[in-house]
Write a protein that binds this ligand. Structure first.
Ligand code: UD1
Ligand code: CA
Length: 460
């Protein structure tokens, strides 16, 4: 049975997060490069939420700024008087006929798949709780059931008796229920308990009194319900999230040498037969076409790599487009707008920035190419530098097709090296060259006969 009510998602994010020992509000710490709370918001959007209410407290301004790109309803909870009080702040903005789904800004790994099951468990106007069985339930609220297995109440760790402490089914805190019912129950909450807080969990007892059916749903993995309270938990959930992404990519056909040494902070789109070696970091939007092979220790950020291109060890590629059958690195750096056509070779200690390199050109060793348009079939000798910056402005270098540039050349931009030109090694090229000619600028070589090497003087 599907639930077709409009969905209002409430995200609790008012906790201080003191144990993070950070100036940054807890929910803005990142997993896979995105704030914890953003993971939860994107889940809510994927679920088709009609509106998302963020209950904030400490550091609200910073959180609002970080999430300014989303359409969110911000609800301030002035004092943290408990989860029931927190939810209460959001309720006036939620229509009675909506389904409310309660999530937590510091529980980032919850999946849309699990939440769909939780929402489905509200069928027939039931209260749906997300619960889990834990080997060590310490600290969590326990799910108390009667002998028939019906949920009776949730008892917090601090309020539980010995028998209740032995229950291994815990409350994750996530739940779904119709707004009118939630409003009615939240209005009845009090703070007569061990912590003097308005416990949202007390609504479960009210549901029982009101003869409302209580259903439970389970997460697929325990990491989905785990919260972040300190830097250790942040790191643990980062690994869990990365492993989840890695497994998905392997299911999609990616050959990954070691999923434990692979990070995606963004989105990776792969073709067939893509191979990635160890310690590779993917950031932003990255596309690897069929047959791309990525060596160890490579960083790829917002790049698109064409089919059958090989990227060797220790390369950093950023905001660039690389064609098919290229050969990059080891130790190459492509900075923003380095666009390589097909069959281009970029070797070790080569930096390319804001340049177009046409088909089959080779820049194999120790070069800087910036603000350059390079034709096809060019061979750039070792140690060639485009001198693009005069200290105030950047200037263009244009290199035609089939140019041969000797090693150790400086091209002082703006300058044009015409098609088929050859530049002698060690030249400093300051003026445009003619097509098909040899151009060189070299200080004449001299040999000084009878010259003696200086000798080290005796110390007195
Ligand atoms: C709560 C549940 C408990 C459950 C556990 C799961 C209650 C009474 N207890 O306990 O059954 O097992 O979560 O982790 O709900 N928050 C606010 N404003 C507040 C209080 C809390 O926004 O006034 C937010 C916190 O930022 C946090 C979340 O709600 O993200 C949970 O609050 P916390 O105080 O940690 O609840 P627990 O005592 O862990
Ligand atoms: Ca807690």
């Amino acid at each position: 049975m599907s639930v077709d009510l409009p969905l209002s998602v409430v995200v609790l994010a008012a906790g201080q997060g003191t144990r993070m020992k950070s100036a940054l509000p807890k929910v803005l710490h990142c997993i896979a490069g995105r704030p914890l709370v953003e993971h939860v918001i994107t889940d809510a959007l994927e679920l088709g939420a009609a509106d998302i209410h963020i209950v904030f407290g400490h550091g609200g301004g910073q959180v609002q700024q970080a999430l300014s790109g989303y359409d969110l309803n911000w609800v301030e909870q002035m004092e943290q008087l408990g989860t029931g009080h927190a939810v209460e702040q959001a309720l006036p903005a939620i229509p009675d006929d909506h389904l409310v789904l309660l999530l937590y800004g510091d529980v980032p790994l919850i999946t849309v798949h699990t939440l769909q099951r939780l929402v489905a468990a509200t069928a027939g106007n039931a209260l749906a709780l997300l619960t889990a069985k834990l080997a060590d339930p310490t600290g969590y609220g326990r799910i108390v059931r009667d002998t028939a297995g019906k949920v009776q109440c949730i008892v917090e760790q601090k309020d539980a008796n010995k028998e209740q402490l032995g229950i291994d089914e815990i409350n994750t805190g996530m739940l779904a229920v119709k707004a009118d019912m939630l409003k009615k129950w939240v209005a009845r909450l009090d703070n007569n308990n061990a912590q003097g807080e308005y416990y949202l969990t007390d609504i479960v007892g009210f549901a029982v009194t009101d003869d409302v059916v209580i259903n439970t749903a389970k997460p697929d993995e325990i990491c989905e319900i785990e919260g972040v309270n300190n830097k250790r938990q942040l790191a643990e959930l980062e690994r869990a999230f990365q492993l989840r992404q890695a497994r998905q990519l392997m299911d999609d056909g990616l050959t990954l040498r070691d999923p434990a040494r692979f990070d995606v902070r963004g989105e990776l789109i792969i073709g067939r037969d893509v191979e990635i070696d160890i310690n590779v970091l993917i950031e932003g939007q990255v596309e690897l076409a069929d047959g791309v092979r990525v060596g160890p220790n490579v960083v790829l950020k917002n790049v698109s790599i064409g089919a059958d291109t090989q990227i060797h060890a220790n390369c950093i590629l950023e905001e660039s487009v690389v064609g098919t059958q290229c050969d990059i690195g080891p130790f190459a750096r492509l900075r923003p707008q380095a666009n390589l056509a097909d069959k281009v070779k970029v070797g070790n200690f080569v930096e390319i920035k804001k340049s177009n390199i046409a088909r089959g050109s080779k820049i194999n060793h120790l070069s800087y190419v910036g603000d350059t348009t390079m034709g096809s079939g060019v061979n750039v000798g070792a140690g060639t530098i485009t001198c693009n910056y005069d200290g105030a402005n950047k200037h263009q270098t244009v290199i035609g097709d089939n140019v041969f540039i000797g090693s150790g050349t400086q091209l002082i931009a703006p300058v044009v090296v015409a098609d088929g030109a050859t530049i002698g090694a060690g030249s400093t090229i300051t003026r445009d060259t003619l097509a098909g000619t040899l151009t060189l600028s070299r200080v004449e070589q001299v040999s000084v006969k009878g010259w003696k090497r200086p000798r080290k003087t005796e110390e007195t």
